[in-house]
Design a protein around this ligand. Structure first.
Ligand code: ACO
Length: 370
């Protein structure tokens, strides 16, 4: 038995949810480029869960369920108020989502209908949790979710207490579409491994959030913004990047396990970054990002991934830096839950083997002789 480090190239599940074939990403066979241009995030979530785009009545029904379940239990809000002041936002989200399971009387109902409804509840509640966390740490009361508006609208509304402008809603909605699913990425795999023990969906999504938190995965979008802030101005880009590459540091937001020829989502986010930069009159982040891309691609052949331009997009939407990865989770919970439902449909425990490389025939030594 020999191990494949990082399971690179290992096919670990069959799935009909999303595919990456020859560098093209599809959700249920539909090219991400088409969805990014035409679909709303709610349509995409429906597509991931049910395998087809919704008609008007089906979309209205989904919207009604999202409206019904978007509020979070008062006890969870009370708990968030007790979190330490400087809690890491992804750790807070992971903790709150685990708590949501405690207050859902159907948490352990494993019927397909109950699990499908829990997927919708989680989708509806994640934005509410994150917005509540963001306000509570600023000493403000959470804003209750609005009915009849999109998830993108509601999140921005709950964050600020004000109705967001149309351009911001459209940009966030498109970002949510682009992040919704991505085959067997690390967090989705973590979620599937957890529920393959026949554990509940809250446990699966909690595992997935833990995996997304890391800077080699979803945490990279925040890390990109840290880098942009450290660089400060366009004049510092060249020396910063040359120095980082000379010191063999990883440049966050570049490279990908699966795409070697570029992440198809990045161009949409790059476009959005430029448009939002023009609108807000703050082109510097975009221009710095372009310069970083030129240098990293030129010197290392590495292309930007989905996280790279997300950083300037979210900053231009006035979203605090440490909410970037939680926003990724708002979107990806649609994909996680679709994968969890798929796993339940044809489940087998996921239990690989390890290539043991430790000592053999070692003897037990009594404590007095050690
Ligand atoms: N900057 C500089 N060098 C890099 C980068 C980078 N961002 N990414 C890969 N490399 C180099 C590595 O140093 C390594 O070089 P070496 O062979 O000389 O040692 C080579 O490219 C291969 O890199 P690995 O880390 O082995 O590639 P792997 O497939 O394991 O990792 C990953 C992929 C984690 C995305 C990696 O490219 C990386 O760390 N990128 C930065 C973090 C990031 O942006 N993560 C978000 C990914 S997208 C997402 O999860 C949503």
């Amino acid at each position: 038995m020999t191990a494949t480090k990082g399971l690179e190239g290992i096919v670990a599940a069959s799935s009909s949810i999303s595919s990456i074939i020859d560098g093209v990403l599809t959700y249920r066979g539909i090219n991400i480029d088409d969805l990014a241009e035409h679909a709303t995030f709610e349509e995409v979530a429906y597509l991931l869960w049910y395998g087809k785009l919704p008609n008007r009545a089906e979309l209205d029904e989904l919207q009604a369920k999202l409206d019904e379940h978007a509020a979070i239990p008062a006890q969870v809000i009370q708990q968030i108020k007790l979190y330490p002041q400087n809690s890491n936002s992804m750790a807070a989200l992971r903790t709150a989502v685990s708590s949501l399971g405690l207050y859902d009387p159907t948490a352990n109902d494993m019927s397909p209908e109950a699990n499908q409804l829990k997927a919708i509840k989680l989708q509806a509640q994640l934005p509410t949790v994150i917005a509540a966390f963001a306000r509570i740490r600023e000493g403000k009361e959470p804003v209750a979710p609005k009915k009849g508006v999109s998830i993108a609208y509601n999140f921005l509304y709950m964050l600020t207490g004000n109705d967001p402008d149309e351009i911001a809603v459209k940009a966030l909605d498109q970002a949510l579409v682009l992040h919704a699913d991505h085959e067997l990425n690390a967090s989705t795999f973590a979620g599937r491994v957890t529920v393959a023990t026949l554990s509940d969906i809250y446990s699966g999504v909690t595992s997935a959030i833990g995996a997304l938190k890391g800077p080699l995965h979803g945490g990279a979008n925040e890390a990109v913004m840290v880098m942009l802030e450290e660089i400060g101005t366009i004049g510092n880009v060249e020396s910063y990047i040359n120095n980082a590459l000379a010191n063999k540091q990883k440049i966050m937001g570049f490279g990908h396990r699966v795409y070697k020829d570029g992440d198809p989502r990045a161009k949409h986010l790059q476009h959005m970054s430029r448009e939002l930069g023009k609108l807000t009159g703050n082109m510097e982040l975009y221009e710095m990002s372009i310069k970083i891309e030129e240098l990293v691609t030129g010197q290392k052949g590495l292309k930007p991934n989905v996280d790279f331009y997300s950083a300037s997009v979210y900053t231009n939407l006035n979203i605090p830096r440490d909410l970037f990865t939680p926003i990724f989770a708002i979107s990806r919970v649609s994909g996680w839950s679709a994968h969890i439902l798929e796993q339940y449909q044809d489940n087998r425990l996921i239990r690989p083997r390890a290539d043991y490389v430790g000592p053999v025939n070692a003897k037990y030594i009594p404590i007095e002789q050690r």
